[in-house]
Design a protein around this ligand. Structure first.
Ligand code: BTN
Length: 145
């Protein structure tokens, strides 16, 4: 076996050991959802709080989409290591706000999946239009490796 093959095998072994050593369902990292939106979650602190950036693939507005800040928290009482969490995206290119709530699951293959439900609140000019200002939906996120 040549040196390159040995180096490749060692690199692959190191990568798989490091992947296996990663704790599951700590939300820190890069995630992509079923719409093609992605988010980066920074480190989760001891209280379970985190911040990050959300890049939506779609918008209810005609405004140019821009990366927007998110803030959230992850439940610390996660005996099954499949914690619930919530976060808010304060859209930087529209007057809307979205709140996501969800749970992280680890499937049979060890893959992390975030099942979320969201409420998107759009700004309306008058009280009379309040009834049409909120939409609800769900998104599934997977970790982008
Ligand atoms: C807006 O349209 O005013 C802001 C963008 C909203 C994007 C929504 S939030 C829920 C859903 N999931 C996504 O990833 N994007 C859309």
């Amino acid at each position: 076996m040549d040196r390159l093959s040995i180096a490749l095998i060692l690199a692959l072994a190191a990568a798989s050991v490091s992947a296996a050593a990663q704790p599951k369902c700590v939300l820190t990292g890069f995630w992509i959802n079923d719409l093609g939106s992605n988010m980066t979650i920074n480190s989760v602190n001891k209280k379970g709080e985190f911040s990050g950036l959300y890049h939506t693939a779609v918008s209810a507005t005609k405004d140019e989409i821009k990366v927007s800040p998110l803030q959230g928290s992850q439940h610390r009482k996660n005996e099954q290591n499949q914690p619930t969490f919530g976060f808010t995206v304060n859209w930087s290119f529209s007057d809307s706000t979205t709140v996501f709530t969800g749970q992280c699951f680890v499937d049979e293959d060890g893959k992390e999946i975030l099942r979320t439900t969201w409420l998107l609140r759009q700004e309306v000019d008058k009280l009379k239009d309040d009834w049409k200002a909120t939409s609800i939906g769900s998104d599934v996120f997977t970790r982008f490796q």
